[in-house]
Design a binder for this molecule. Structure first.
Ligand code: PHE
Length: 455
């Protein structure tokens, strides 16, 4: 078995934690978590989300890192060779293919939202948030999303930024960037929570986020559970091979269990901080928590417009959010790029440009769905919303189930024990095995079947 990946290796164990946290922490935490929690009424959704992170997310993350490190190739080829080693059917490589599709679809809309974030850097910089009220923030956001040329320009810039890093190889600069960015984002978010605590309606936000009211879910309980689970997969970057490919660059002696717990904890903390920064402002300004994907863009400018030094804080915040999105976008492109390099013999640069161009084209469909094609819907959703919904709530959980089944049922006990470096009698190994064999796959399948009305 190879102990090195041809695509590079992290220079240290810390580099892996940083890169994987960079993948996990992104728009999913700061843009997607608050607006999805808001759409499903808060507390009950948040509680289910936390349960999913602990009971499903962490074990699957361990499995994904483990498969990646054992295979040391692109997710497609990793699954093919691991299936060979374990005497299983070659069709397991379909898991890698599904991941490639999910990654392309996610990045296509992710890049558009990252574009909104960049547009907001310039608005913050130009002092446009000064004294803005809820109506003003709403119309500023409306003006942006109804302007296809502007959206296209930002989407293009973001994709170029992503392609530039991936083309150079992710093991080379990513860790340096994340080492500084993650702590900075953390500190700034805490500052914003403190501001929201005194300027906004903190009591209301706390009750909203942490007092589960299951009655609120009403007849949409199945939907809410599906979305909370989907949010856990999306936020932890699970189920599409991003964490698998990052695991493939990980040193053989690092502890997978410990790393997974650290990454998931950091990711969850950032999401909760984002909620605590945003909802006090939502309630203090009479905004509605369920205003959808525009939520943070319609609330944070009000806070930046009122706080002392808000112009600077606003610029720094949106810049950090762009970086957080960037480090996630890189991991979305990496699985397909490594596959193109391995199987098509492309150079890394060529592979990245081709994959990036495909995403760029798909992204155009996403951004047009916000304006010119607004009337065109499938299952009542525009293309961007549809990609967002289907990837997070269907494709990633399905990928997660397959990873769990492979790691828990197909892989020999001796292989997983060896890779996780846990003793036969260790309680942690026993717990992981119980979760990965039964709890995670059964829960995900029940939630999925329930959502399509089969049970
Ligand atoms: N986890 C990233 C975020 O929260 C998004 C992502 C999903 C990245 C899936 C990689 C794979 O923003």
């Amino acid at each position: 078995m190879s102990t090195m990946s041809v695509h590079g290796m992290w220079s240290s164990r810390l580099a892996f934690i940083l890169a994987a946290t960079g993948s996990a922490v992104g728009l999913g935490n700061i843009w997607r978590f608050p607006y999805t929690a808001g759409e499903y009424g808060g507390g009950a959704f948040v509680l289910i989300y936390l349960i999913c992170v602990a009971g499903i997310g962490i074990p699957i993350m361990m499995a994904e890192i483990m498969l990646g490190r054992r295979g040391r190739q692109s997710p497609v080829n990793t699954m093919r060779s691991l299936a060979g080693q374990e005497g299983a059917h070659g069709a397991w490589q379909l898991l890698g293919w599904m991941g490639i599709v999910s990654g392309l679809l996610i990045l296509s809309f992710y890049s558009v939202i990252a574009g909104w974030t960049m547009a907001y850097v310039t608005r913050a910089f130009g002092g446009q948030f000064g004294g803005i009220d809820a109506a003003g923030a709403e119309s500023m956001f409306g003006a942006l999303v109804s302007d296809p040329e502007r959206l296209l320009a930002w989407h293009t810039i973001f994709m170029v930024m992503t392609v530039m890093v991936v083309a150079r190889g992710v093991a080379s600069g990513l860790e340096k960037a994340v080492r500084f960015l993650m702590p900075a984002l953390f500190v700034l978010l805490i500052g914003m929570v403190l501001y929201a605590a005194q300027a906004g309606d903190f009591q209301a936000a706390l009750a909203y986020l942490f007092k589960p009211d299951f009655a609120k879910l009403g007849e949409h309980a199945g939907e809410a559970i599906l979305s909370a689970m989907g949010q856990a997969f999306f936020s932890l970057s699970l189920g599409m091979g991003a964490i698998m490919i990052y695991g493939s660059y990980l040193n053989s002696s690092a502890s997978i269990g410990r790393n997974a717990v650290i990454i998931a904890s950091l990711d969850t903390t950032v999401a909760l901080l984002a909620g605590l920064a945003i909802f006090p402002i939502v309630f203090a300004n009479g905004l509605s928590p369920d205003s959808g994907p525009g939520l943070i863009f319609q609330t944070l400018p009000i806070a930046f417009g009122q706080m002392a030094g808000g112009q600077l804080v606003g610029v720094v915040f949106f810049v950090l959010l762009v970086f957080a999105a960037w480090t996630s976008a890189i991991s979305l492109l990496e699985p397909v790029v490594t596959w193109l390099v391995e199987n098509r013999g492309f150079s890394r640069v060529r592979a990245t440009v081709i994959a990036g161009s495909a995403v760029w084209l798909l992204g155009i469909a996403c951004l047009l769905s916000l304006n010119v094609w607004a009337g065109f819907t499938i299952f009542g959703k525009g293309i961007l919303d549809l990609f967002d919904y289907v990837t997070a709530n269907v494709l990633l959980p399905l990928g997660g189930v397959l990873i769990a089944v492979f790691a828990g049922w197909i892989m020999r006990r001796a292989s997983s024990r060896d890779e996780l470096a846990m003793g036969e009698t260790s309680i942690a190994y026993g717990a992981w095995r119980l979760l990965i064999r039964y709890v995670a796959p059964i829960c995900v399948v029940i939630v999925l079947l329930n959502a399509i009305g089969l049970i």
